[in-house]
Design a protein around this ligand. Structure first.
Ligand code: DOR
Ligand code: ZN
Length: 424
């Protein structure tokens, strides 16, 4: 089947392309990018006024399968992904059982293939059971298809274990993704520690609970000559430490999520449990620092940290509510706000949401190369829409953005040349 995308703005920072042109997909591959392609045998999609970009890649998704399919399944997570413009997601290992064995990694890959919607790249646990004590079988897991190692959801508290994880991963050419949290400092905290937590009388999580392990992991990467990726950066302190480390040539990459630059702890006054996540929403100063870090390249990636929870976990007192929000279907629109604010150029947005996550994970995609697999997202950058969680593809509804007026949406998501989502 041939598909001809006509007259869109093709943005591919890796190939330094930003021009109005047509793009022809044939046999699952991108075969031509030119002005005025004619092909009578192709299905035509009018992409006038749209952006045609390499498929978005989310390197931080919780798909909840196996074990918590009532929150999300691999299939519903993938449906949400393509509706949000993502052609691929990397899924975190805090399932039940934890993805610390070949059989779980293979199960995820098999379920994703059966669903046949988006590409799914399993991230395996760095330690057995994500308990932070004994390393998992990196070689075996990598061979099974794991693209990275992380105990996300929990920190690796023991510095020696983290050091061995990073060295062991390096020997397999693999990456460790670090959930940076000093649990002795975050303890039973419910929100960012500061003026607002004091006003609300909620126990706070200080920014140093994040800054300290970020500094530690960077020190380990520098000392051992390995690399590390810092998940969900939320503080100005972490940004400063990462920026300085990059200047020294340390191999550190970092991500943040749209909620951390779209909301601050001020929002917590509503006591909406959909504003509870880990790390927590931070101060307005932290939000400003994150935007600067996205602008200057300190933060490489925008990831969703899509964390579905059911009403059982969220419709409870703030203290007892689970951490996390869904993000696959709102991430692009919230990130497009940064383009409108002048924080990111359109090409920067494509870097943060496609090219950089592909490079960090070492997976395909991130570019519209001729002959490459056709993983493509078509965006209407100006389309107005209102977030309505009731019609989301995700099985869960825990978004603080319900009712928000958005501008910009994925209208066509193509994976391997096949249309997996089409707006309207
Ligand atoms: O808010 C969060 N939710 N942070 C995490 O680190 C884990 C995630 C989850 O799995 O729900
Ligand atoms: Zn995490």
């Amino acid at each position: 089947m041939k598909l001809l995308l006509k007259g869109g703005r093709i943005i591919d920072p890796l190939r330094k392309i930003d021009k109005i042109a047509d793009l022809l997909v044939d046999g699952g591959k991108v075969v031509r990018i030119e002005t005025n392609i004619e092909d009578p045998g192709a299905d035509i999609y009018d992409a006038g006024g749209m952006w045609i970009i390499p498929g978005l890649i989310d390197m931080h998704t919780h798909l909840r399968e196996p074990g918590y399919e009532y929150k999300e399944s691999i299939r519903t997570g993938c449906e949400a992904a393509v509706a949000g413009g993502f052609t691929a997601v990397a899924c975190m290992p805090n399932t039940n059982p934890v993805n610390d064995t070949r059989s779980v990694t293979e199960y995820i890959i098999r379920q994703a293939a059966l669903a046949g919607i988006a590409r799914v790249y399993p991230v395996a646990a760095a330690t057995r059971g994500s308990e932070g004590r004994v390393l998992s079988e990196f070689g075996d897991l990598k061979e099974a298809g794991a693209v990275a190692f992380s105990d996300d959801g929990k920190p690796v508290a023991d510095s020696a274990v983290m050091r061995y994880a990073m060295e062991y991963a390096a020997s397999f050419g693999a990456l460790v993704i670090s959930h940076c949290e000093d649990a002795t400092l975050s303890a039973d905290g419910l929100m960012n520690e500061g003026r607002i937590s004091t006003e609300l009388g909620l126990k706070g999580i200080p920014s140093i609970a994040e800054d300290i392990p970020v500094a530690r992991d960077i020190a380990i990467a520098e000392y051992t000559g390995t690399s590390v990726h810092i998940a969900h950066v939320s503080t100005a302190g972490a940004v400063r430490i990462i920026r300085e480390a990059k200047k020294r040539g340390v191999r550190v990459t970092a991500e943040t999520a749209p909620h951390y630059f779209s909301l601050s702890d001020e929002a917590l006054r509503e006591f909406d449990t959909n504003l509870k996540m880990n790390p927590p929403l931070r101060s307005t100063e932290d939000v400003a620092a994150l935007k600067e870090a996205l602008r200057d390249g300190t933060i490489d990636v925008i990831a969703t940290d899509h964390a579905p929870h059911s009403s059982i976990e969220k419709d409870v007192e703030f203290e007892y509510a689970a951490n996390g929000i869904i993000g696959l279907e709102t991430s692009l629109a919230l990130s497009l706000n940064l383009v409108r604010e002048g924080v990111l150029s359109p090409a920067d947005l494509v870097r943060k949401m496609s090219s950089n996550p592909a490079a960090v994970l070492g997976v395909r995609g991130g570019t519209l190369g001729i002959g490459a697999e056709a993983d493509i997202t078509v965006i209407d950058p100006n389309r107005p829409w209102t977030v309505d969680v009731r019609i989301f593809r995700s099985k869960s509804r825990n978004s603080p953005f319900h009712g928000w007026k958005m501008e910009g949406k994925a209208v066509l998501t193509i994976v391997g040349g096949a249309i997996k989502y089409r707006e309207g």
